[in-house]
Design a protein around this ligand. Structure first.
Ligand code: COA
Length: 173
């Protein structure tokens, strides 16, 4: 799948988002459509979909928040730290999991987060997913729950991309 198949989510995607979360997450984690709509509408959010021939194959949603916030079940709030991006969920269609789409979509999200000036990503890794997030560079913090499901608070510091001067240095004039 090509990077150009990753585009922002919009209100027309809400039924497909519902279907993906219903298939991929345990029932306790199914969230109302209004919550996804609020994240997509929020001006300080990064909400992307990965699309294929059969429509939306996965989504990732994040919004500016506060590092000290503990309960994220109600979505975006008026107060936020402009450097802190809460990664709400990454979800890939069950039949396409394990084919690299989750990593591709996460990488696109992180690239956009860096470009938007975020310096810190925070999230809750639900049970069984911590290794996936550690492989994306997150570190584990305190144990928590999300909708009653055991989770681990995780975070990643985003340093601005270092200028690559190596090639210039090697050019003899
Ligand atoms: C977790 C999820 C997003 C991963 O997406 P995916 O497309 O299946 O993962 P990828 O194929 O991109 O895998 C990337 C790497 O992570 C690994 N990986 C995937 N799922 C993993 C898991 N649950 N635990 C540990 N490693 C995992 C893969 O083996 C692969 O490793 P590699 O780079 O060494 O080959 C996907 O399985 C999913 O949507 N699950 C249901 C929703 C969910 O739990 N979301 C996360 C909430 S915290």
């Amino acid at each position: 799948m090509l990077d150009q198949d990753i585009t922002p989510l919009n209100a027309d995607d809400l039924p497909a988002i519902d279907a993906l979360q219903a298939a991929a997450h345990v029932p306790e984690l199914h969230e109302p459509r209004a919550l996804f709509a609020a994240m997509i509408d929020y001006p300080h959010s990064i909400c992307l979909g990965i699309r294929g021939g059969q429509g939306l194959r996965g989504y990732i949603l994040g919004y500016a928040s506060r590092a000290e916030r503990a309960d994220f079940t109600t979505g975006p709030e008026d107060s936020f730290d402009p450097g802190v991006l809460y990664l709400h969920d990454l979800c890939i269609a069950i039949e396409e999991q394990g084919a690299g789409l989750g990593k591709i979509l996460y990488d696109a999200f992180e690239t956009r987060a860096r470009r938007a000036g975020y310096t810190r990503l925070i999230a809750n890794a639900i049970e069984g997913r911590l290794t996936f997030w550690e492989n994306q560079g997150f570190t584990a913090g305190a144990q928590t729950t999300y909708h009653g499901v055991t989770a681990t608070r995780i975070e990643k510091t985003l340093s601005p991309a270092a200028a690559n001067n190596t090639e210039k240095k090697d050019i003899a004039i």
